[in-house]
Design a protein around this ligand. Structure first.
Ligand code: PLP
Length: 385
């Protein structure tokens, strides 16, 4: 790894916490039994698995009385399990699927695939980071089998009014499942359980657990068919021997994040307003796309008029400072769907950077970031890029 980097790309992924990494190693080297094995070593592994499940449930605000957690390989798999599972379970009840127009590709592309299979796909506008509840109420009806809206947008930090959307869904579409992709909101947004979602997707690597593990919360009484056939692990929903090292590390990271949620929230709030003030005071013409009300504090989207984001990204990266252009998933492709639906022009979207915090970032790092953005703007504008 490079010496002394400044990492502001935590919405793309986070560093694995030391204690989570150590726990993963212990599961590989010491408690390596298969949790399905019928001997005492297997039972020991099973206890760790149970604890990880309880930790993730707890971090979501639930206990095992409310529902269960199925461990998956990532947030994308959880989203796919939710969408294809719900569609398959409810196919006879209707054919309308309603999602927001700014979903991550894991939901957007799964929904598009369902459209090719005969479902009618409706997208609710989210201009300015606000979900259009009137439009939602006019489109969610008794033919609707699934409503899916993310908790926090990965590109802008917009936090959608899921409480109201959930109420509309329950009122207008008694047959529908309500799903939220909480990959960016998990342990950062309070009261996810208050949204009364049937299905919630989360991912480990956004909260200081290793990559390659996610989970889908399934509310008690909600039935989704399995998409994998095999040994029947994870309550029959996700066959395949559980990835114990990553799952246990995920459980521990989730427990820490929920225990420290207030502290981390306060830290993100400080970093967020510090960055805003620095940008307003010290840079010229930089636009802050993310609002202050109704936006999560750990993601700030900014536009640098006249400078394409990948040019600034490269400039910063050469100086050991890492941010993202839009979202990590779309940054290598010219896809401004989310930013354009947010209300940005093509030019603004092309010059947008995403700065995302973790508990490890400091205000000194923000000083270095803004200083380098300032210098970059002068240098890059001078050479006419
Ligand atoms: N959903 C959202 C909102 C995300 O930000 C991401 C990843 O960036 C995903 C889903 C996919 O998660 P994973 O990388 O674990 O597949």
């Amino acid at each position: 790894m490079k010496e002394k980097i400044i990492y502001f790309d935590n919405a793309a992924t986070t560093v694995t916490d030391e204690e989570a990494a150590e726990y993963a190693c212990r599961m590989m080297r010491e408690v390596y039994a298969n949790p399905s094995s019928a001997h005492s070593f297997g039972f020991e592994a099973e206890k760790h698995l149970k604890e990880a499940r309880e930790n993730v449930l707890h971090a979501l605000g639930y206990t095992s009385r409310d529902g269960d957690v199925v461990f998956t390989s990532c947030g994308t798999e959880s989203d796919n399990m939710a969408l294809f599972g719900a569609a398959k379970a409810k196919r006879r009840r209707g054919n309308r699927i309603v999602i927001s127009d700014s979903e991550h590709p894991a939901v957007e592309n799964a929904a598009k695939e369902l459209e090719t299979q005969g479902f009618e796909l409706i997208r609710i506008p989210t201009r300015g980071g606000k979900i259009d509840l009137d439009f939602a109420a006019s489109q969610i009806n008794e033919k609707t089998v699934l409503v899916s809206c993310m908790t926090v947008n990965n590109e802008t930090g917009a936090q959608y009014d899921l409480q109201s959307l959930s109420e509309i869904t329950r009122r207008n579409a008694p047959n529908a499942y309500f799903h939220t992709d909480a990959v960016q909101g998990f342990t950062k947004v309070r009261n996810i359980s208050a949204f009364d979602a049937d299905l919630i997707s989360v991912s480990g690597h956004k909260i200081h657990a290793p990559k390659g593990v996610g989970a889908l919360f399934i509310k008690k009484g909600v039935r989704v068919p399995s998409l994998l056939y095999g040994g029947g692990q994870e309550g029959g929903l996700r066959s395949g021997t559980e990835a114990m090292p990553s799952i246990c590390a995920f459980g521990l990271a989730a427990r820490r994040a929920s225990d420290e949620q207030s502290e981390r929230e306060a830290h993100f709030a400080v970093l967020n307003s510090y960055l805003r003030e620095k940008i307003a005071r010290e840079t010229d013409g930089v636009i802050i796309n993310s609002g202050t009300e109704g936006f999560a504090k750990h993601i700030v989207s900014i536009a640098l008029p006249g400078i394409r984001s990948e040019i600034m990204l490269r400039y910063l990266s050469e100086r050991g400072i890492y941010v993202s252009a839009g979202s990590a998933c779309s940054s290598k492709k010219a896809d401004n769907r989310v930013l354009s639906n947010f209300g940005l022009s093509e030019k603004e979207a092309d010059s947008t950077l995403r700065i995302s915090f973790s508990k490890y970032n400091t205000t000194c790092e923000i000083d270095a970031l803004t200083e380098n953005i300032k210098q970059g703007m002068t240098t890059l504008q001078r050479v006419g890029k």
